[in-house]
Design a protein around this ligand. Structure first.
Ligand code: ZN
Length: 137
């Protein structure tokens, strides 16, 4: 039962764009799908973790983002086929695929970095002591 409690907690703070180390500070200036959502903070406002741990580290996030885009394109094409049921015109598919990629771009940008920092950066492990620090204040 305990894992059921821990996993959604990590997942939830990732969805919320919280700092992977303290889960309190926000990684981004604003919520998803707002103008500020693309502005990423350099450091965690709570524990002062430097998000871009080394110069160019976020280039790795581009590969994560690429995987997201591929998954979205496939989903968009499958959805197009299910809805329209037609296979003749490639334009319908191209349009929906491009629209999907465009609509999802803030999501891809944000969550490629979240996935990178949460699950691909072992040194950014959650530190409960930093979370406790705030609670005692
Ligand atoms: Zn933090």
């Amino acid at each position: 039962m305990e894992t059921e409690y821990i996993i959604p907690k990590e997942f939830k703070s990732a969805v919320d764009g919280k700092c992977p180390r303290c889960r309190i500070g926000d990684m981004f200036e604003g919520p998803l799908f707002t103008f500020k959502s693309r502005k990423m903070r350099t450091h965690c406002p709570h524990c002062n973790l430097k998000f871009e741990k080394e110069p160019g580290y976020f280039y790795v996030a581009m590969y994560v983002s690429y995987a997201f885009v591929v998954a979205e394109l496939i989903a968009a094409c499958v959805a197009t086929y299910v809805i329209t049921g037609q296979l003749e015109s490639p334009w319908v598919y191209l349009t929906t695929a491009l629209a999907a990629a465009f609509i999802m771009s803030p999501f891809n940008y944000r969550y490629s970095r979240v996935v990178l920092l949460y699950w691909m950066t072992p040194s950014f492990k959650y530190r409960p002591d930093l979370y406790a620090e705030q609670k005692s204040v």
